[in-house]
Design a protein around this ligand. Sequence first.
Ligand code: HSE
Length: 310
Amino acid sequence: MREFVKVFSPATVANVGCGFDVVGFSFSAVGDIISFRKIDEPGVFIKAVRGKYEIPGDPERNTITIPILKVMEDKNVDFGVEVEIEKNIPVAGGLGSSAAGAVAGAVGINYLLGNILDDNKILEYALVAEEKVSGGRHADNIAPCFYGGFVIVRDVFSMEVVRIPFPEDLFCVVIHPHVSLRTEDSRKVLPEKIFLGDVVKQMAHLSCFISGLLLGRKDLLSAVNFDCVAEPVRSRLIPEYRMIKEVALEAGAIGCNISGSGPSVFAFAEGERETEHVGKEMGSVWDRIGLEYDLYVGKVSEQGVRLIEE
Ligand code: HSE
């Protein structure tokens, strides 16, 4: 059994346009680094939070420590855990910040217990935290954060998920404005009902998108431009969203949409230089209105959460 582990937990892009609450991918261009140390004193303690972003110091409210507390209660754990966090993923930014914490917490305590939990159980514990802070039961961030790559979530109760292959050289840019939008709030604006015609369109686009990934046909990935569930209402919460999307597509992006519940926006493009160019053009829209932002460019990552030190 390990006494200490440090993990890297990647950012994720959920929904991916047409796959609301169902599809997500791992995006290692940014991630949190979290360490877990076994201590004699029972309980869970957040010893330090470093990095660019602030998160709750109360273990009952922090997504990293919520799964640890739950596992400790369920398994009658007699030791304590001290947690140190380097928070690099924007909080309330649409890049799976809470999921990265939840997955890291579930994985971290599992390592300290000698790997007693199977993958499904780890996801279930992570989901306890994700559900608590986001106001909805969705696993399209935690599943790709755990497994890496693209993941389809079939069922959030049995936690049946499917990992799917994707083109090896699929580049992505995510642009994160310096405004926060909590998932809990952006779920409140979602429609309760969807027209049948829209459901048909959404299924058609999602099927094409998944086929594009499986067949390596990047032309089909333009299907991510479509979403009739979240984009129409959430786009109003993102400054200049329509303009950003238009500029991204004009600059050569394959597809562009809201990252997770926003306010970040992602775009797929061909090759690193082209993707950087797309990101720069997208950023120029916010430059014009004086809105600050961060740009992350990278490949869709094969890797999910991983041990980096023990
Ligand atoms: N599918 C979730 C939502 C993702 O859009 O609310 C949150 O990151």
